[in-house]
Ligand binder design. Structure first.
Ligand code: ADE
Length: 225
């Protein structure tokens, strides 16, 4: 898979991809993440990528031209399955959406900033819009990192134990059951006996019951779905 991220703040995206699972996925050649600075695609003297809103009002708007030039240069080199604009008013990111996107081969993620992008970008240049939650971030960069992480960990071979993505919360509509590690007792707080019993069938049953209980209590809407 290849993910191209377009941003006017490329530094914000350095650390999420240079550590842990996302770094290893790139080192193993399972995903290629390319971050593109929008500034060089600006044609004006100061290489600016935003301007005042027509009609007035507070906040700068990202201009269409640098975005169009950047997307066009990427599309000249390869074709993309989706060109996604990260936006608080987009489709809400869910595990199911992450699963779908993890099966794509080439994605562009466009990060918005300031008061957003010129509406013509949304009308003509992108294929979908995704939000990571009903709150507003300062820009789309952190949202793009969240979306990339949710997708990349699902690519076969990225997680060392492939079943560990399958047992994530929400993969089967249930929240994951509680987990424990050593010591078996700490300050008098004990690990449930069943987990120390070595009885696999009983452990699996306990985990399933716990997952169901947790989901009913914390996310009842998941059960209905
Ligand atoms: N940009 C700003 N806020 C966002 C959000 N909640 N999701 C995606 N992109 C955003």
């Amino acid at each position: 898979m290849r993910i191209d991220i377009i941003t006017c703040l490329p530094k914000l995206l350095e650390s999420p991809f240079s550590d842990s699972i996302l770094k290893r996925a790139q080192d193993k050649g399972l995903v290629q993440v390319m971050v593109h600075d929008l500034r060089p695609f600006s044609t004006n003297k100061h290489r600016t990528t935003d301007d005042y809103a027509f009609g007035g009002g507070a906040g700068m708007v990202m201009m269409i031209e640098p975005i169009d030039r950047c997307i066009s240069s990427l599309k000249e080199q390869r074709s993309y399955d989706e060109i996604i604009y990260m936006s608080p008013d987009g489709e809400l990111l869910t595990q199911s959406l992450a699963n779908q996107l993890s099966m794509k081969k080439k994605l562009i993620l466009l990060c918005g900033h300031y008061k957003g992008v010129d509406e013509r970008v949304r009308e003509h240049l992108i294929t979908r819009e995704i939000s990571i939650g009903d709150y507003v971030l300062s820009g789309g960069e952190l949202a793009a990192a969240v979306l990339s992480d949710a997708i990349i960990r699902l690519i076969p071979g990225v997680l060392s134990d492939e079943t560990s993505a399958l047992s994530d919360s929400f993969q089967d509509g249930l929240i994951a059951p509680p987990v424990y590690t050593r010591p078996a007792e700490y300050k008098g707080w004990k690990v449930p006996d069943v987990l120390l019993s070595g009885h696999e069938a009983k452990i699996n049953e306990w985990r399933h019951d716990q997952a169901l209980e947790r989901t009913k209590k914390r996310r009842p809407e998941q059960i209905k779905n």
